[in-house]
Design a protein around this ligand. Structure first.
Ligand SMILES: Cc1cc2nc3c(=O)[nH]c(=O)nc-3n(C[C@H](O)[C@H](O)[C@H](O)COP(=O)(O)OP(=O)(O)OC[C@H]3O[C@@H](n4cnc5c(N)ncnc54)[C@H](O)[C@@H]3O)c2cc1C
Length: 283
């Protein structure tokens, strides 16, 4: 399928990109890797009349560690995340996205701004407690990942705002596990679970669990976290906590999985991800 006709700009500064985006009104869209937007345009599910390509905007690429945080430019490709193994969970999850071609083009900023609850990175960012920096005509602001995802493919970003950077706490000393279940390798997740665990003297000092494709937005498995935090970090406590994984979720049924099957997957994958994060080697 061929996309509808559109105008195209590739500005060389962030200010110009924001001006172009605002000038285009509701029919203007930013273009990053194009691996979500262009397919939607080809299917005629989106028909922007202006695409503002971020490829030439300086300062939006790269990964740097600074004061206990990772700063990741919005135009950083999934492949770069995957290769930065010091990132831990985020690198592992990025390496499960689709195939090499998609990972070489798709960006972290595009993935978060798109707000698809079936994407891998949004729930990972929730688990980290990440925040994003956005810039628009009225200035710059920071948005916590917990406030970014508002509804199915709806985010807190205003139409004239560009997501410029993602800030991840480094979470040194945390173990991590990522479990993604798909019908075929390289498919989107039927369900995926991200887990981060910090152990202290055999107890669970902190735990963060993110759920992918278990509702209209990515979710934190708060009931699991409450059940495990402060408990001995052993197989029995993990198994008991993982039983809470589907609490408060509303997973969409699809061709591959019923709601009940997704709830079952959430419990099984949470147990495996927590076991790996706790150094038990997974199931
Ligand atoms: C075959 C295929 C399989 C895939 N499988 C997976 C998968 O398993 N897991 C997964 O997570 N993803 C998957 N994806 C999606 C892929 O990760 C996309 O790259 C990603 O979702 C969007 O990133 P992008 O850079 O391509 O964004 P684009 O498609 O360019 O943009 C997506 C949306 O975000 C907006 N946007 C982009 N950048 C910004 C910004 N900096 N600020 C504000 N708004 C912005 C755009 O205007 C658009 O609305 C798949 C894609 C394809 C084509």
């Amino acid at each position: 399928m061929i996309t509808p006709e559109f105008e195209y700009t590739a500005p060389r500064s962030l200010d110009k990109a924001i001006r172009d985006l605002s000038g285009g009104g509701e029919d203007a869209k930013l273009l990053a890797g194009g691996h979500s937007l262009i397919p939607l345009m080809k299917l005629r599910l989106a028909a922007p009349t202006l695409l503002v390509d971020l490829r030439n905007v300086p300062g939006l690429h790269g990964i740097q560690r600074e004061n206990g945080h990772w700063r990741i430019g919005a135009m950083t490709h999934h492949t770069e995340l995957e290769r930065t193994t010091e990132l831990g969970l985020a690198a592992q999850a990025a390496g499960t996205i689709a195939d090499r071609q998609v990972r070489n083009r798709g960006t972290i900023g595009g993935s978060l701004a798109h707000g698809d609850p079936a994407s891998d990175l949004p729930a990972v960012m929730l688990a980290y407690g990440a925040e994003v920096t956005v810039q628009g005509q009225s200035g710059q602001r920071r948005v916590a990942a917990a406030d970014l995802f508002q509804n199915y493919m709806e985010t807190d970003l205003a139409p004239d705002e560009v997501l410029t950077e993602v800030r991840l706490p480094a979470l040194d000393g945390y173990g991590f596990g990522y479990e993604k279940f798909s019908r075929r390798s390289e498919d989107w997740a039927m369900v995926a679970v991200s887990a981060l665990v910090r152990a202290e003297g055999g107890q669970c000092a902190d735990v963060r669990v993110g759920l992918t494709n278990m509702g209209s937005v990515p979710l934190r498995a708060s009931a699991v976290e409450e059940a495990l935090r402060g408990r001995p970090l052993d197989a029995a406590s993990i198994a008991a906590a993982a039983e809470q994984a589907a609490e408060g979720t509303d997973p969409p049924a699809d061709l591959n999985a019923s709601e009940d099957y997704k709830r079952h997957l959430a419990r099984v994958l949470t147990k495996r991800a927590l076991e790996t994060a706790a150094g038990m080697g997974g199931a």
